[in-house]
Design a protein. Structure first.
Length: 308
């Protein structure tokens, strides 16, 4: 059996991927209406793992068998799933889904920073340094630092930045340790999400034992729909779509989803959650994306001509 996404033009997969990841921050907000941040992270991973396991069974895909592969998948699961999913959920208890989605757009810059430190062969070119500097200035604009932040907002922003930093470490780690593994993308993704789910089991148990569950309202349809979409789409189907884009158009094209994700996050946050969009947030996001474009070589400057 072949997944339906394999018969879909990669451009459609690309658009769907951007929409799903952009809407994830809205769905997190819906989940937080009833669940704690740890419960949100665990539920989305459990649902995502279930979807991926079903896909593996339907396509006859076998999970990785080498211990070394599982060791690396465990590291990636922590850095790409368990920890950042929890941090983003916690962050959204203090900041809007719009701001969380914009902060997520900084992932390529965090990844570049890690790559430059961890991979000596990756030289800090002028374009990369310009991209990092521009992105940093964009972050300051997004946060509206001239206005100051209250204590809750600081905690939320730090949590979201912590999640982005996890992504920044996870992507180069995956590149170094899992890119040459013989197991297919679906097998690796399934192993990763399953491991991420298992890591959160003891965290969930402890969090429920040390305090009363942070249920702030009755369980409603919005929470159920939001968590279902977050798990099945955001932590399940999205991986398949991402692999589809990478296989059909390459990693460079797949990374361009960064430019569309915050657009969807802003649209749904304002439209469905009634969140306020400050003028400096989209302006700062644009500056951040320009920095990403510089760092990825999508915008090139003729440095020799600039000197004359």
């Amino acid at each position: 059996m072949v997944p339906a996404t394999s018969r879909m033009p990669w451009q459609v997969s690309f658009a769907l991927l951007a929409a799903i990841w952009g809407c994830s921050f809205w769905w997190i907000k819906l989940g937080l209406a009833y669940l704690s941040p740890v419960e949100v992270a665990f539920t989305r991973l459990l649902l995502g793992a279930t979807v991926l396991l079903v896909l593996c069974a339907a396509t006859g895909t076998r999970l990785p068998r080498r211990v070394a592969t599982w060791r690396h998948l465990a590291v990636v699961a922590l850095l790409l799933n368990s920890v950042p999913f929890t941090l983003f959920a916690y962050g959204e208890t203090h900041v809007t889904s719009v701001l969380a989605g914009i902060i997520n757009a900084m992932t390529p810059l965090a990844t570049l920073g890690v790559v430059l430190v961890a991979f000596p062969e990756e030289h800090p070119t002028r374009a990369r340094l310009l991209g990092l500097t521009t992105g940093f200035l964009g972050v300051l604009v997004v946060l509206g630092v001239w206005q100051g932040l209250n204590h809750g907002e600081v905690l939320g922003v730090l949590a979201c930045f912590g999640a982005v930093c996890c992504y920044g470490v996870a992507f180069p780690y995956t590149r170094r340790h899992l890119s040459g593994v013989a197991d297919g993308p679906l097998a690796k993704a399934t192993g990763q999400v399953v491991a991420g789910t298992l890591f959160l089991v003891p965290v969930l148990v402890v969090s429920e034992m040390v305090r009363q569950p942070m249920h702030r309202g009755p369980l409603n349809v919005g929470t159920i729909v939001g968590m279902s979409a977050l798990g099945v789409l955001g932590s399940g189907l999205a991986y398949v779509l991402n692999f589809r884009v990478v296989d059909a158009a390459g990693g460079s094209a797949a990374s361009a989803v960064t430019y569309l994700t915050p657009v969807f996050a802003v649209i749904v946050g304002v439209s469905f959650l009634g969140e306020r969009l400050n003028w400096y947030e989209p302006v700062g996001a644009l500056v951040v994306l320009i920095g990403v474009a510089f760092s990825q070589g999508r915008v090139r400057l003729d440095w020799r001509r600039a000197r004359h």
